[in-house]
Design a protein. Structure first.
Length: 366
């Protein structure tokens, strides 16, 4: 296996023609392509869908189901494309031939009900977030939260935790962030990276029966549902994409980054973090080729530390109308829709070397 790492830094536009390659010479027939997957990316994809008007008259649809369902539906051949915030594991059932395409980025927001007497811009760090999820910090006026927010009056109320159900790509990234920032070599791991479920025993959290996840925590299937619950439930806490946080009008946590700064989740702060990360070029592994190696401990001034990438999953070299339609759709998302509208929606458009990588991956679709 030949593998090299390419730093995601500013790159010359040497691949401008890639988006037009592959499918341009084919005869075009209007095609319907249905996709499923990431709820984190849903608002961006729905916006792009509503503005997509290809010359081919293709019809594109997308259902927000969660990343795990998107990956499994793609592997089963039930959809023509999928979106996921995480990768297939080596032990997962995978499509016979596919490509992973970075399509957008964004911050994972830690949020809380805004009508609970909790001050705006509440400051938290990785250790306190972990303690809230595990239930060792149980009230909003706990000492560890007050220490991070001196002078702030916090309610002496129970924290109602909401989290994502099994298979969430957002949860997989969250557990990787917590594992990288909190696990200490030679000591029992607090978190296992890339865990599919906060209640999966493999990630070190045995569940409510063991008292190691917050008592009374509720699991929900999508980011939008959790955002709605936080909007309507006093003293609630959860995590999801910035787009849902803005629309739900919830309080947003200022998260401590590796430079010691407390940073609110914004598209600009997430872009700083993601542009300092590393893309993988590994043509021998369709599972990882074109994906991002995220170091959640990396020091980047002004960056939002828990920022992630959503991937499109597409058929590879099929030479079919469906493949051509997915190629054109992903090209539109990466080259047109996200650059024009992504930041306003709360997402990070791909730029520089990461966009170059995305276009290289798109060129492999058909």
């Amino acid at each position: 296996m030949h593998k090299k790492l390419v730093a995601v830094v500013s790159a010359v536009a040497v691949l401008a023609g890639l988006a037009l390659s592959g499918s341009a010479a084919q005869a075009v027939t209007a095609t319907s392509i249905a996709g499923k997957g990431s709820s984190f990316a849903n608002n961006a994809l729905q916006y792009c869908l509503s503005h997509y008007d290809p010359d081919s008259n293709d019809t594109v649809s997308y259902t927000s189901t969660g990343s795990g369902t998107g990956r499994s539906e793609m592997a089963a051949g039930n959809v023509k494309w999928a979106a996921s915030d995480g990768l297939y594991k080596s032990t997962d059932t995978q499509p016979a031939s596919y490509t992973m395409v970075p399509i957008l980025g964004g911050p994972v927001v830690f949020a809380y009900n805004a009508n609970s007497g909790i001050p705006a811009g509440l400051k938290l760090d990785a250790a306190t977030v972990s303690a809230i999820l595990k239930g060792t910090v149980r009230t909003w006026n706990s000492t560890s939260i007050k220490k991070l927010n001196p002078g702030k009056v916090l309610p002496a109320k129970f924290i109602q935790v909401y989290y994502r159900t099994s298979g969430s790509g957002t949860t997989a990234n969250l557990t990787t962030y917590l594992a990288q920032n909190l696990n200490v070599t030679g000591q029992p791991a607090q978190w296992v990276a890339d865990s599919k479920d906060l209640l999966d025993a493999s990630d070190g959290i045995a569940g409510n029966s063991a008292g190691t996840l917050a008592v009374g925590a509720f699991a929900k299937t999508t980011s939008a549902i959790i955002a709605d619950k936080l909007q309507s439930t006093k003293y609630a806490f959860g995590y999801f994409d910035l787009s849902d946080a803005v629309s739900a009008k919830v309080g947003q946590v200022s998260l401590k980054n590796a430079s010691g700064q407390y940073v609110l989740p914004t598209a600009a702060a997430a872009a700083k973090f993601l542009n300092a990360q590393t893309a993988i070029v590994d043509v021998a592994s369709q599972r990882t080729d074109g994906t991002l190696t995220i170091d959640f401990t990396k020091k980047v001034a002004g960056a939002y530390q828990l920022s992630i990438v959503s991937y499109g999953i597409a058929p590879r070299a099929t030479n079919t109308e469906a493949g051509r339609a997915v190629h054109d759709w992903f090209t539109y998302v990466v080259n047109s829709c996200m650059p024009a509208h992504g930041a306003a929606l709360g997402y990070v458009p791909l730029t520089g070397a990461l966009k170059v990588t995305a276009l290289q991956q798109i060129a492999k679709i058909n």
